[in-house]
Structures are given as structure tokens and as C-alpha cells.
Design a protein around this ligand. Sequence first.
Ligand SMILES: NC(=O)c1ccc[n+]([C@@H]2O[C@H](COP(=O)([O-])OP(=O)(O)OC[C@H]3O[C@@H](n4cnc5c(N)ncnc54)[C@H](OP(=O)(O)O)[C@@H]3O)[C@@H](O)[C@H]2O)c1
Length: 251
Amino acid sequence: MKIVVIGGSGLVGSRVVARLAEHGHEAIAASPNSGVNTVIGQGLAEVLAGAQVVVDVSNSPSLEDEAALEFFTTSTRNLLAAEQPAGVGHHLALSVVGTERLQGSGYLRAKLAQEKLIKESAIPYSIVHATQFFEFFKSIADAATGGATVRLSPALIQPIAADAVADAVARTAVGEPINGTIEIAGPEQFGLDELVRKGLRFRGDPRQVVADPEARYYGARLEERVLLPGADARILDPRFDDWLVQTAPPT
Ligand SMILES: NC(=O)c1ccc[n+]([C@@H]2O[C@H](COP(=O)([O-])OP(=O)(O)OC[C@H]3O[C@@H](n4cnc5c(N)ncnc54)[C@H](OP(=O)(O)O)[C@@H]3O)[C@@H](O)[C@H]2O)c1
């Protein structure tokens, strides 16, 4: 199959392209780096010609509220409009577990707007909701740092490795569109503060992580279980400790 991966140069996108290619598909990485810009529509008609599936794992260059909303709505509108004449039969997008519950976050309002456009379009679709990526723990820490202290909510999360996300996205992309949402998550739950503390300690980062139920996560106050997936989520290895060792073995 010809499968166009929008955001195919990114953390998840590059892994999705590799997996699809390993399975014999014509996987095209499309992003501004390769001349495809979904915000201005550049290169879209050309790259979508003959494609059966579009996987959208792009991300907004700015996570600020208005910029993210503008990115996800404009990009998704342009993409869906270009998919119709190209005869694309499956649009897959990656989004975040709990998006609909976390509307205090401007970023997640933008992701919900993206999902709404997909559901309202005539193109058959699949939405994959993933929990937070392991790879993201340092960015979460950086966004919550003041001086030498990181203030984070102790709300529970069940994070997942980007490799596991890419496996699930690639599998879903080559299947029939589900016209619905599936959830994927890692095998363990942590307090958000606990996860970041573990990661920073392992990497030798001296910052102190303090649990603070009032600390905001991308603008939203977190209830204890709001970031957790539902009972039907697919649970995918590895565990966080094993991933830490694999990605940064102690010297
Ligand atoms: N981080 C998490 O914990 C988490 C959890 C669940 C779901 N997600 C979702 O996962 C998705 C992918 O995240 P990621 O961390 O893999 O992203 P990433 O590494 O930041 O990559 C972003 C990609 O988007 C591309 N892009 C940026 N502007 C574009 C444009 N105008 N047109 C086309 N492509 C554009 C970039 O292309 P260039 O390289 O050419 O700039 C890059 O390939 C996001 O939608 C996010 O909401 C994230």
C-alpha cells in the first residue's frame, strides 16, 4: 500500500515509516523538511496521488494555545480536503488519552478540534489515543521547573514508549478504518511526579521533584485518574525502567 505519513520525520512518525517499510509498504515521510506543509497546503496533492492511507502524526511547532489550535485545525482541514480527490480511503490520526476530559488545556482543545474535523469528514478514519510518551518526561520536567524545583501533579499516568506507539499506529494504518477511537498505554501506572523523579534521577539530573496537586499540566488541573486509559485500552511493553536502561545505560 502507499501510505503517506504526515509528520514522518518526527519522534513517532519516523518509527511508523520504518515499520511500514519493513512490512513492504510504500511509506512516504511527508513534512516541511521534505516539501510538504499541511498548514499552507504545499506539496499535498502531489504526495497524496495514489495513496490509500494517510497517517497524521504531525505536531504543532508551538504548543501555545492559539498556535496549536490554528495548526491542528488548518492542517487537518487542508489534509482532509486533499484526501478526497486523491481517493484516500483511511485517515489515521494520533491523539491523546483523556483529550475530551482535559479541556482546561489549550493544547488538548486543539487536539479535540482536530478529532472533530476528522469525525465530521466523509473519509473513513481511525483515531489512536496514546498516553504520554516515555520520551516526553524531560519536557514535562522542563515545563514545570522553577529554579531547581519541578512542581508536578501526583495524578496517575500510564505512559508508553514511542516505539510501542509506532507499532500500534502502523498496525492500525494497514487495517480497516474503525471509524472510532482505540486507546493504547504502557504497562504501569505512576504518579506524574514519581515518573519524572525516576527519570531525572536515572539521568543524573539534580532537580528536586515536588508533588503539588494544584500544579497545572499544559494549563489543566489534573484529577487523580483523568490521564488514565479505559479498561479496553491495549497495554504495550516495555516498562519504564527497562526503557530507561535501553535508551541511556548508566556509564
Ligand atoms: N508527546 C506525547 O506524550 C503524546 C501523547 C499522545 C499523543 N501525542 C501526539 O503524537 C503526535 C506526534 O508527536 P511527536 O512527538 O512524534 O511529534 P514531533 O516529534 O514533534 O514531530 C512533529 C512532526 O510534525 C511535522 N510538522 C510540523 N509542522 C508541519 C506542517 N506544517 N506540515 C506537515 N508536517 C509538519 C514535523 O516536520 P519537520 O520535521 O519537517 O519540521 C515533524 O515531522 C502529536 O500529534 C501529539 O499530539 C503525543
